[in-house]
Design a protein around this ligand. Sequence first.
Ligand code: GTQ
Length: 348
Amino acid sequence: MSTQLGTLEELPLAYRQAMEAASVGPLWPQMRNALPHGAPKPVTRTHLWAYQDIRPLVIQAGELTPVEKAERRVLFLIDPGRGLSAMQATSTIYAGLQLLNPGETAPAHKHTPSAARIVVEGEGAYTVVDGEKLPMLAGDLILTPTGCWHDHGHSGTAPVIWLDALDLPLFMYLEGSYAVEAKLQAPRNRPDPSEVEYATAGLAPPRRRDAKPPSSFPQMRYPWARTEAALRRMAPHYEGQAVELDYINPETGEHCMHVLGFTAMMLRPGEVLRPVLRSSSALFHVVSGSGTSLVNGVRHDWTSKDSFSAPVFAEIEHRNEGSEPAFLIRVHDQPLQEKLGYYEERAR
Ligand code: GTQ
């Protein structure tokens, strides 16, 4: 059905003015904007954020703005489809590069949005989440889920930069975003659960009947070394298929957070991957390696530490023409869309 719907201009001026005065409007001129036929019309435009271009600006932020004056010293990624004021990389994903210099701390706070960090460069930084001290090594995924206290510190000798991913756009849309501040936390004197209870996939401690249920977020650090090793082990057994691992909650098997999901992938040398069209939007972060991706026909030549975005239902082709495998983490909003009951994949 593609009936031509009536326009605003066809309506008498006096009627339009009367509607405006009464704070009402006609649906039919807006119908196709509100409910496009067959598939959404994304606002998001794919973009590549090259680390070598942004890194000097992040380092400069450290010279221009003391951390005390920033609270979180971050340059956020801007979706060209939305313009400069939008604090978002896609419809649901806020992302930013955060700098912490040696000796600096970022004070504790907790907030309604959830955050996750992927460490991009440097050693010696840590995040304390609800008293759990989480070391930050390159490629690690560190969660700071909704309502969890978190502060950052750095006992190394060179700047540390990480990529923050938050579900902030949704919380701003919901008029639900706020934070509570506090002093730095005293971390517990033990390694985090990724090094203790959940160091081996498939094993979790037994729970006594009278014990309180495990936290909703029992594991908040996913060391990259183990993720990469797992992808490499899988690769020979997945010939002709994508080599991917989802970051999951080890107690429930569900996505590791409520709104945003995280999927690690390995692109073998010479591999060309054309994934299904997904209703989720995505931000790809390159942990290591280089390659080329076509996103809706736009070509991105990417290398280690770069990030690039894909709108909902994007046609994507990844290519690794090098001789080394490439490793990426896809940040996406599949968990949210599943909760809303409309996550969809379409064959190409
Ligand atoms: O590190 O807590 O990029 O609260 C934006 C908001 C980082 C953080 C961001 C935040 C944080």
